[in-house]
Design a protein around this ligand. Structure first.
Ligand SMILES: Nc1ncnc2c1ncn2[C@@H]1O[C@H](COP(=O)(O)OP(=O)(O)OP(=O)(O)O)[C@@H](O)[C@H]1O
Ligand SMILES: Nc1ccn([C@@H]2O[C@H](COP(=O)(O)O)[C@@H](O)[C@H]2O)c(=O)n1
Length: 212
């Protein structure tokens, strides 16, 4: 089974992706980490975020087994990731890895921005998870504070709005809900309610097409 989860920044994609993968015994790929790793490579090398050649070279050198999520989750890395991810050549260079991951038994949950629309258009289940920008900013600010790197919530909200706009407005694989994706708005749901709702979506989809 392949489950595609897309949605805007800090909407809860990774949280749901991890839980669904554990629940169904699938592998999980947070595809945002890939774009963040390319962004970090450019930052470390002092390259501009729109350096196409350096971005494609960084993609070719990536080793997901060596990703350090804590460093990649920094706000500054996310900001550059949302610029670098608009480069069509970079996106093209990353397609095969993501599709191979999805196709490897026993199946996978991938979360990102273009999973249901571009990477896995034939996914068994597609979920588009969202929440209001204010709620997402609040959750992310709590997360930054808990990690020991507190950030002003208004600044987090501004960053989220800017990233959403870039991700939805770019020409290459923009963030949008696939026509056959189930919308999950978690604005008024706590984590356990959101997970239950996501499992209900998967179960309803499986029942609809005969369990696999
Ligand atoms: N329904 C929820 N209620 C409360 N907090 C939540 C909920 N869903 C996720 N969170 C929290 O919100 C924060 C962002 O969630 P998460 O990292 O899963 O989002 P994301 O969409 O994967 O983010 P990114 O865009 O960076 O990939 C985390 O701290 C997570 O614990
Ligand atoms: N499939 C994807 C995943 C991510 N991006 C870009 O990377 C940025 C960081 O992603 P997070 O999920 O970790 O927030 C994001 O803002 C996107 O620009 C992408 O384009 N496609």
């Amino acid at each position: 089974m392949i489950i595609a989860i897309d949605g805007p920044a800090a909407s809860g994609k990774g949280t749901l992706g991890k839980k669904l993968a554990a629940h169904y015994g699938l592998r999980h790929l947070d595809t945002g980490l890939i774009y963040r790793a390319v962004a970090k490579a450019l930052l470390d090398d002092g390259r501009p975020a729109d350096d196409k050649t350096a971005a494609v070279a960084a993609a070719a050198a990536l080793d997901p087994a060596r990703f350090e999520p804590a460093a990649l989750k920094a706000q500054a890395v996310g900001e550059v990731a949302s610029v670098v991810s608009a480069i069509p050549e970079l996106r093209a260079a990353l397609v095969a890895f993501q599709r191979d991951f999805a196709a490897t038994p026993p199946g996978a949950v991938l979360d990102g921005r273009d999973i249901g629309t571009v990477i896995c258009p034939d996914a068994d289940v597609k979920i588009f998870v969202t929440a209001s920008p204010e709620v997402r900013a609040h959750r992310r600010a709590l997360e930054f504070a808990a990690s020991g790197a507190p950030m002003d919530e208004a600044a987090v909200l501004a960053d989220i709005r800017k990233r959403d706009e870039r991700d939805m407005g770019r020409a290459a694989a923009p963030l949008k809900q696939a026509a056959d994706a189930h919308l999950l708005d978690t604005t008024n749901m706590d984590i356990s309610t959101a997970i239950r709702a996501a499992i209900d979506i998967v179960e309803a989809s499986r029942a609809g097409r005969g369990r696999d």
